[in-house]
Ligand binder design. Structure first.
Ligand code: SF4
Length: 216
């Protein structure tokens, strides 16, 4: 079994209960500060969104694909190149395009269909063989890692911890499934005119339509 398939099998077997306990050890209550949805250090907000998540947001908002997602910027230079996966679209100031404010607090305008990454921030799972960077972790307990967030340390009751643990497991499964499918679909596009995005469904143009040109 290959490394990613082995990691996927491992995650599918994970018991959410210990994950929930470790989440409670760290503690969390979102303060709605909006930091995780904003540009940082002069760089636009970058949060992965999977193709089916883009379509779920389209269903909720009626928006076009490119209003929801942009090509992941890594690997693109001067408006051309191949890249992998999608990021939530950003506003001109670099913040997530769906970040709004209400009564001096931030609000997500697609809260009901926000991607798994947003549902589980600031947490992630450390998994064997996935090469997940732990550089950003400021707290850890068991397999749970937490990125910087003002909400850490607040009381997290058992019910919310269990729900977060289930979503973390779902996200880890989805990320691995997506990566495996992307690896199986990937065929290089030589000297693309403009940007080509490779995801689990194949190669696409930035507007989300399928690439129909020549492959290597
Ligand atoms: S998850 Fe953390 S960083 Fe994001 S809005 Fe809530 S408190 Fe702020």
């Amino acid at each position: 079994m290959e490394r990613l398939e082995a990691a996927l099998e491992f995650v599918r077997q994970l018991d959410p209960e210990p994950i929930a306990r470790h989440l409670q050890e760290i503690g969390f209550e979102c303060t709605r500060c909006g930091r995780c949805c904003s540009a940082a250090d002069g760089e636009p907000h970058t949060a992965t969104v999977f193709p089916d998540e883009v379509r779920a947001i389209q269903t909720e908002t009626g928006d076009e694909w490119a209003e929801i997602a942009r090509p992941m910027p890594f690997g693109i230079e001067d408006g051309t190149g191949e890249t992998f996966e999608w990021a939530l679209q950003t506003a001109p100031n670099g913040d997530c395009t769906f970040l709004t404010s209400e009564d001096d607090r931030t609000r997500c305008s697609i809260y009901g269909s926000r991607p798994l990454l947003c549902q589980t921030y600031p947490f992630s799972l450390s998994l064997p063989g996935t090469g997940v960077s732990e550089d950003a972790a400021v707290e850890s307990a068991g397999r749970v890692r937490a990125s910087a967030c003002p909400g850490l340390g607040a009381e997290l009751d058992a019910e919310r911890a269990r729900s977060m643990a289930e979503r973390l497991k779902t996200r880890a499964v989805r990320e691995l499934e997506e990566t495996i499918a992307l690896r199986e679909q990937y065929q290089p596009v030589p000297d693309p005119e403009g940007v080509i995005v490779h995801d689990s469904e194949g190669a696409k143009y930035p507007d989300g339509t399928a690439f129909e040109g020549t492959r290597r």
